[in-house]
Design a protein around this ligand. Structure first.
Ligand SMILES: NC(=O)c1ccc[n+]([C@@H]2O[C@H](COP(=O)([O-])OP(=O)(O)OC[C@H]3O[C@@H](n4cnc5c(N)ncnc54)[C@H](OP(=O)(O)O)[C@@H]3O)[C@@H](O)[C@H]2O)c1
Length: 338
């Protein structure tokens, strides 16, 4: 029995609003008949699913209860009633958290295939995760060769992509923080970070000062809170902060008390800017042009935690929120070819 055997489809629903960390009881797997594509649509069997920190944010209100959730996914067209989608085609769309989806041609994006690049890469460095890192570095920070940077949640999807891209773009010293000694070792041994620290090991301001004694030019902030405060302290004059996310906040019952040193933004003439990757979709081809040759040459490797089986999607999501992933957390159908 696999995701796509028999005549049943499965969908994950959110059934309750969590307080603090969500639990498996906040979700339900709902079975139904495999949907029939209406004229102008096609049936897709989903093969790869992305679970993301923003899903946790949506659980507080934007996800409707007891209804199918949304999420990024890649699937194969298995029945089509539109000439625009051929059976067998691989497509990207946003009807994730379910085994089967009925899509219109306008809802899907066709994925170009590059020699030697696996499909999972479209969920990690070639997908929204990599695009977020790319936009943060090129459009928000405007990274220059020879600059030094600090990245928080550095061992996650965006954090590993940021380290890999920054290195390929000519950054000098790259420092990261992550939640365990094993992740710290992964960053320096596999991803190409020059130094890294476990943010549980002491006050972030001290740990960063030790890892980057001469300061940094920019900070890529996936976390917020105490690490943002430490970065404000560690940035040089005219430094930049790219606000990507606030994962330290999403499961916290109270607002974060840090940063408490915003006056430094004036004193050191710092610039802090956030962005939403959805406003930069036009850079998708630019991302492929930059990253694919590096993937093919092996200069950039893939950082992915791949969990097999749609029935693991909730466990994988909850695990990601607690740091179970190294690189991008991806769920793969047991029917997918690696
Ligand atoms: N602006 C945008 O358009 C955009 C797009 C995509 C993602 N994002 C943001 O980018 C950030 C990273 O997303 P991602 O998809 O790459 O997820 P990710 O980093 O792969 O996974 C989340 C990671 O957050 C870390 N974490 C959890 N609680 C933490 C805490 N209290 N303090 C510090 N770290 C904590 C965990 O790693 P540890 O073991 O290291 O704790 C976990 O692995 C998130 O803030 C997300 O919201 C923004």
């Amino acid at each position: 029995m696999n995701e796509h055997s028999g005549a049943r489809a499965r969908t994950v629903h959110q059934t309750a609003r969590p307080h603090g960390f969500p639990t498996p009881d906040d979700f339900a797997f709902v079975e139904s008949a495999v949907p029939e594509p209406a004229p102008g649509t096609a049936l897709v069997e989903n093969l790869y699913w992305s679970v993301d920190p923003y899903h946790r944010e949506m659980m507080d209100g934007e996800f409707a209860l007891n209804a199918p959730l949304e999420g990024r996914t890649i699937g194969r067209v298995t029945a089509s009633r539109t000439p625009e989608l051929a059976e067998g085609e691989i497509v990207f769309h946003r009807q994730g958290w379910r085994t089967h989806a009925v899509v219109t041609p306008e809802e899907v994006r066709r994925l170009p295939r590059f020699d030697g690049v696996p499909l999972s890469a479209y969920m990690s460095i070639l997908g929204g995760t990599g695009l977020t890192a790319y936009v943060g570095l090129t459009r928000i920070a405007r990274l220059q060769e020879g600059e030094d940077l600090f990245v928080s949640a550095a061992a996650g999807g965006v954090g590993t992509a940021t380290g890999r891209l920054a290195r390929a773009m000519g950054a000098r010293r790259i420092v990261g923080s992550a939640g365990s000694p094993a992740k710290v070792a992964y960053l320096t041994e596999q991803v190409g970070y020059d130094a890294a620290f476990d943010y549980h090991a002491g006050p972030a301001v001290d740990l960063l000062a030790k890892a980057a004694p001469d300061g940094v030019d920019l900070y890529v902030d996936n976390v917020g809170g105490e690490q943002l405060e430490a970065a404000i302290e560690g940035l040089r004059e005219f430094g930049r902060i790219v606000r990507i996310g606030t994962v330290a906040q999403y499961n916290a019952p109270q607002p974060l008390s840090a940063p408490r040193n915003l006056t430094e933004i004036v004193e050191k003439s710092l610039r802090m800017e956030g962005f939403h990757v959805r406003n930069y979709r036009d850079l998708q081809d630019e991302l492929y042009d930059f990253v694919v040759p590096h993937l093919q040459s092996g200069r950039i490797g893939l950082d992915e935690t791949i969990v097999d089986g749609f029935d693991q999607i909730v466990t994988a999501f909850l695990g990601m929120l607690r740091g179970a992933n190294v690189g991008k957390m991806i769920i793969r159908a047991t029917t997918a070819q690696p």
